[in-house]
Design a protein. Structure first.
Length: 183
């Protein structure tokens, strides 16, 4: 008997290895027809995908087999099902920089370095003002360099801008906040 899949136009489906009753769509969807409670589901239904606590954008799904419950990142799962297992030293990369877009045509296996380069190209890198715990802003960093040119000592600049002296020292030596252009 041939395996039947959900009937969604334009979407290709494949079974998820090791998880009978589950399939994945190349549109990033995960489907089940497993037994739920006392009922047996014979029609496919789409699983709800949640987001990780680390980032409100990374998608994850729980799958169950005879050995237990497993959490998967949806992007990695889609790539594993359609392309193959993750090669050593590679990770799941999203071509558009949106971890919520887990369509197969938006995913690829690539190195960590290339994934980090993607965050810079897409403008999604969490650095500088985009870092939620940062005490500095781009304007404050420019102010620090202006004060340094006026002869202020690092500790005095740090007090003025309300940051620690070690951090201000790293900023002024261009070890941190290197992305800020100083005119």
């Amino acid at each position: 008997m041939a395996t039947t899949y959900p009937t969604t136009p334009g979407v290709t489906f494949k079974d998820i290895p090791g998880f009978p009753g589950y399939c994945a769509g190349d549109d990033g969807s995960i489907w089940t027809r497993k037994r739920q409670g006392t009922r047996r589901l014979f029609e496919w239904r789409e699983r709800k995908i949640s987001t990780t606590s680390r980032s409100c954008r990374d998608q994850q799904i729980d799958l169950v087999n005879e050995t237990g419950d497993y959490k998967f990142r949806v992007g990695r799962l889609i790539l594993s099902v359609f392309i193959g297992p993750c090669p050593v030293g590679m990770e799941c990369c999203h071509n558009d920089g949106n971890p919520g877009n887990c369509r197969l045509d938006n995913l690829r296996w690539d190195t960590h370095f290339e994934n980090m380069q993607d965050t810079i190209r897409h403008g999604t890198v969490s650095r500088g003002e985009r870092c939620p715990h940062s005490k500095l802003t781009d304007a404050k960093v420019r102010e620090a360099f202006r004060l340094q040119l006026l002869g202020w000592k690092c500790s005095r600049i740090a007090r003025r801008l309300e940051v620690g002296q070690p951090m201000m020292s790293r900023v002024l030596r261009r070890q941190r906040w290197k992305h800020v252009e100083i005119s």
